[in-house]
Design a protein around this ligand. Sequence first.
Ligand code: BES
Ligand code: MN
Ligand code: ZN
Length: 499
Amino acid sequence: MTKLAKLSFAKLEAPKKGLAVILAGEGLGLGPVAGEAVSGLDGGLARAAAIAGFTGKKKTTLDLVAPAGVGLDRLIVFGIGKAEDLTQDDWRALGGAVFAELKKAKAEAATVLLDAPEGAGVASEAAAELAMGAKLRAYAFDAYKSKKKDEDNAKDLKLALAVADPKAARKAWSAAEAIADGVILARDLVNEPANVLGPVEFAAKAKELEKLGVEIEILTEKEMKKLKMAALLGVAQGSVRPPRLAVMRWNGSKKGVAPVALVGKGVVFDTGGISIKPAGGMEEMKGDMGGAAAVVGAMHAIAGRKAKANVVGVIGLVENMPDGNAQRPGDIVKAMSGTTIEILNTDAEGRLVLADALWYTQETYKPAIMIDLATLTGAVIVALGNLNAGLYANDDELAEKLLAAGKASGEPLWRLPLSKEYDKLIETPNADIKNTGGRSAGSITAAQFLQRFSNDIPWAHLDIAGTAFGAPKDDICQSWASGYGVRLLNQLVADNYEK
Ligand code: BES
Ligand code: MN
Ligand code: ZN
């Protein structure tokens, strides 16, 4: 199983032995150091490229094994197209593609020369982004595989990135690595099966963030009862495993600066409850804590890079099970806010968990803004597929900031509407609101429901049902769980809430 055993930064100089990766721009343009590394080939590179039809186009490679005239065992040339056009996303994807190629080559050690074809040297931030791509691509959820496949017997990879300014690159990487580790933590939490990761175990994982200086508080069932969190508790009552509410606080800014609040849906398994789901694909509901996982991962990233921001993460952890004590359709519960809710479908449980988590968060922390993340509805997958998360907001400025952070981080969002007219769809004669609005506009009515518990502070809801897991594999993610939301939230904080 090729993993990334070690990642280091070295001086930019031409390697004389081993496996080297160089970057080639359009028209086979090489940087000066790469040029020097292949000078012994005596025109052999151009000849090999011509025969293979390699021109340096983005995402193409040329692989030369034991090239004559140089001491290298192997030379892999990566096409990057126009170097000056490469975005943060491109550098990250390139890192993933480089790792994949080295895995295919069963490489145990490799040096990537990061000098751009114009000779300027690749910026430290781009180098760190490339490193992040490699690390994310290398991730696999294989802890439960007792036998590795024969073809996977290759040793783990030691990767060196040769850069113009190794010191600056190492500094950029220390922040980027915290983000990558946050993504990986979120992926692990989502991939982990529910028999292993119940609400108590999940809360214990959140508690591990104490190592990074995050303050943790974990509310038990008894404490939640005292707070009158009947919406959350109603979901949990059908499970033999008790619920938890975990609070994570990172105080990186001055005291008194109102925090950014991140709230996550943490349904460790969603059977649907008494309104039980069909059997086909139900195993995917082990990932119904993707919102909570994104919040934990983001807290890891933010604390890990010592962000100068105050951030509080709150996650509601429950298991939705059918049982003699389970909640019934028709039941009416009173949420912590005082709002009464008629349960029409016990499978619309995420919003019930978030209702109390949101109300508790705004009341306790008086945050500057509040963002919740949840694998909330199948309807958002119908609307947006796996490529965008659904964004709802009661505040245009916050929505714009989130859309920008989505673009910059490569975790995109698409804004969907909220309105009084949609809000009508969750009215019921029997209580203040009901927990489903019927088949049409399913993701929107779920958002309308949540808005009732925002207490009108600047709030946004991200429906990540399509993006947290099950998205197509790509350059930086080969895993079922994507870790979606970690990079986005980190970016939002970095760009708007640090000082
Ligand atoms: N966890 C599901 C939503 C979901 C579905 C997430 C597929 C990821 C993949 C949620 O709790 C749910 O069951 N929603 C229902 C709501 C309905 C009963 C109003 C849905 O979307 O069908
Ligand atoms: Mn459900
Ligand atoms: Zn659910």
